[in-house]
Design a protein around this ligand. Structure first.
Ligand code: MD5
Ligand code: FE
Length: 197
């Protein structure tokens, strides 16, 4: 795992945020649910050819927004190019950014410890961009019982999950309200760019 702290300038962060707002107009944030119907504690949307969704039928990549039933918007060029150059930093020169999951966390949001295993391709790096309030990120190992450590993810930070860390257990313990003024209404946005296939 590579943690690039304060990698994005204020204006790069603003530009990415503006793209998220535009995407949100056509593909609004929604609350995914687990198989048993209980909602996750955060909201999400996507852009790209496919998007990660979860509902009563389980989790999967789908070509359509589950509420509007419309295809996702394309990944904005700046985000695509950024992801490609970051993947090249860890040696993947053929990285294809196929999906970008946009998670929105409020003061009470959490994301329990899990492994990202929905992707067909589990070798390509995962690029994570943090915007807004600090997130308390937990990272463990390959087994759920492996010890975890806390890392604070600040606005403009990038995580590149590659090699072994691609399959490490991880989660978001919470966010620290009021630590950024990038988002007018507070909260934390995370963009996760992946090559799925
Ligand atoms: C987030 N999202 O901050 C994180 C960023 C998700 C999710 O976890 O699944 O939506 S992705 C962080 C990540 C991905 C893959 C591996 C590891 C971390 N890791 O080994 O620590 O909203
Ligand atoms: Fe994850």
């Amino acid at each position: 795992m590579l943690h690039l702290q304060q990698y994005l300038s204020e204006s790069q962060q603003q530009e990415i945020l503006q793209h998220c707002r535009e995407i949100g107009k056509k593909s609004p944030l929604f609350s995914p649910t687990m198989k048993n119907g209980s909602p996750f504690n955060y909201q999400m949307t996507n852009c790209g050819k496919v998007g990660w969704i979860s509902d009563q039928n389980g989790y999967r990549y789908d070509e359509k927004h589950p509420v509007t039933n419309k295809p996702w918007q394309p990944i904005p060029g700046v985000i695509r190019n950024l992801a490609k150059s970051l993947a090249a930093e860890v040696g993947d020169y053929n990285y294809k950014p196929e999906t970008c999951l946009i998670n929105y966390y409020t003061q009470s949001s959490k994301l329990g410890l899990h492994q990202d295993n929905t992707e067909v391709n589990q070798k390509s790096p995962i690029i994570s961009i943090s915007l807004g309030d600090d997130g308390i990120f937990l990272i463990g190992g390959k087994r759920r019982k492996d010890p975890t450590k806390e890392i604070i993810l600040k606005s403009g930070d990038i995580l590149i999950l590659h090699g072994e860390s691609r399959m490490f257990y991880h989660g978001i313990k919470g966010i620290i309200h009021g630590t950024s003024n990038l988002l007018k209404s507070g909260g934390r946005l995370n963009l996760t760019i992946r090559q799925v296939y």
